[in-house]
Design a protein around this ligand. Structure first.
Ligand code: GLA
Length: 389
């Protein structure tokens, strides 16, 4: 839907005469640096040109009404500013309500209700952070409409807090940060230990970032994700008995190898190994990109997938089938799962002249192996959270 169709929809659904404003915030793809954010390491995502759009108008009472133009069969959801609570049945609406709950808890002056409509073109369930984009778009919209003047960077922390405390997914900062701070044609190298970041130009010269959606629903992700997170935290605690570190991301590969026996459980040792090596790989990859060495970058992507498969164990049959089909193709520089795992997308760097054959071959091999029909999208790095005038 375009903006004027969305405005039309807003007035059909809410019939509001109050000033209407429009905001957008994108999904993201992580190029490398997976499951490193909550381990105090580096990530290297870029914002996509797929977005969640938010249309919002203040009300004269304390009612909140929410509607998604993606799920037109679902009714308008109502809530009261004085009583914002999590309700599993409300599904997607828990993301914006969670953001509102965080803002209220932080005592931002939100002094009236509002009508808010959402629509997004981010493929759902593909691990491209449609939920983070809803959170950041909501936070940006509320900050603007209620004149809260929250810096963009802080909006990402508000989105993360909503996800951690309201929705119950212990995610790191990467998705919300990429959505808030994205920049067209750039990736972001973010140090999740310090939150220092740098934009890196994506000069890909004839190479595309291709997203290969497994179309495998990743419904187990929440419990497995939280489990990986606590395994890494436990491994860190054991290393801390000797090392004075705050996060796994502070270790080099050599330091890890010299101390890994402190981690008694072999599974937790593998989890920590992934976090340490993946962080170092991310730094090397950012360097390769800067040098224009896309093949070197691609090889690190492949290593990242293997580590996520064997040590962190978050890939699963579908992501593995997609990645290995990708690795066999002519013109592919590298491919790996992206996001939390257990489904969602593989991200591949593919030379443009081989794109069509790549898609045909990978689709055939992947579908024969798994029974799922994949989808492909060429990604372009888009802008972060913004108002659309
Ligand atoms: C999900 C989380 C992120 C990050 C990735 C894995 O997308 O929301 O914080 O941990 O998984 O890298």
């Amino acid at each position: 839907m375009n903006i004027s169709e969305l405005k039309q929809k807003f007035s059909e659904v809410f019939g509001s005469k109050n000033t209407l404003r429009v905001f957008a915030s994108p999904g993201r793809v992580n190029l490398i640096g997976e499951h490193t954010d909550y381990n105090g390491g580096h990530v290297f995502p870029c914002a996509l040109s797929f977005n969640t759009y938010v249309l919002i108008a203040k009300r004269n009472d304390r009612k909140i009404r929410l509607f998604s133009a993606n799920f037109t069969d679902k009714p308008v959801i109502e809530a009261d500013l004085c009583h914002i609570v999590y309700d599993k049945k409300q599904d997607w609406a828990n993301y914006p309500l969670g953001v509102l709950a965080v803002l209220l808890k932080r005592e931002y002056p939100i002094d009236s209700g509002f009508d808010i409509l959402f629509w997004g073109d981010i493929p759902q369930g593909a691990g491209l952070s449609s939920s983070a984009s809803i959170e950041v778009a909501t936070a940006y919209a509320l900050s603007s409409v209620f004149d809260l003047r929250i810096p963009k960077f802080e909006l990402s922390k508000i989105g993360q807090e909503a996800e951690n405390k309201f929705v119950g997914m212990n995610c790191g900062i990467m998705d919300q940060f990429a959505s808030a701070m994205g920049k067209a044609n750039h990736a972001i190298l973010l140090d999740c230990n310090t939150l220092n970041y740098k934009y890196a130009p994506l000069d890909l010269n004839g190479v595309s970032i291709l997203l290969c959606n497994t179309n495998k629903p990743h419904n187990l992700i929440e419990s497995k994700y939280n489990e990986r997170r606590s395994q890494s935290e436990h491994a860190l605690q054991q290393l801390q008995s000797k090392l004075s570190i705050k996060a796994l991301g502070e270790l080099t590969e050599e330091e890890f190898e010299a101390n890994k026996e402190l981690i008694t459980d072999p599974v937790e040792r593998k989890r920590a190994k992934h976090a340490v090596y993946e962080n170092q790989r991310t730094l090397k990859a950012a360097q390769k990109l800067q040098e224009g060495d896309l093949s070197g970058f691609g090889k690190l992507m492949n290593d990242s997938h293997i580590s996520l498969r064997d040590d962190y164990e978050v890939t699963g049959a579908e992501l593995d089938a997609m990645a290995s089909a990708a690795w066999e193709q002519e013109g592919v520089l590298g491919a790996r799962m992206t996001g939390g795992g257990f489904g969602g997308c593989v991200v591949a760097l593919v030379q443009n002249e081989h794109l069509e054959t790549f898609k045909n071959n990978v689709a055939r091999i992947y579908q024969a192996k798994t029974g799922y029909k994949p989808d492909f999208y060429v990604a372009s790095a888009g802008a972060g959270a913004r108002e659309i005038k």
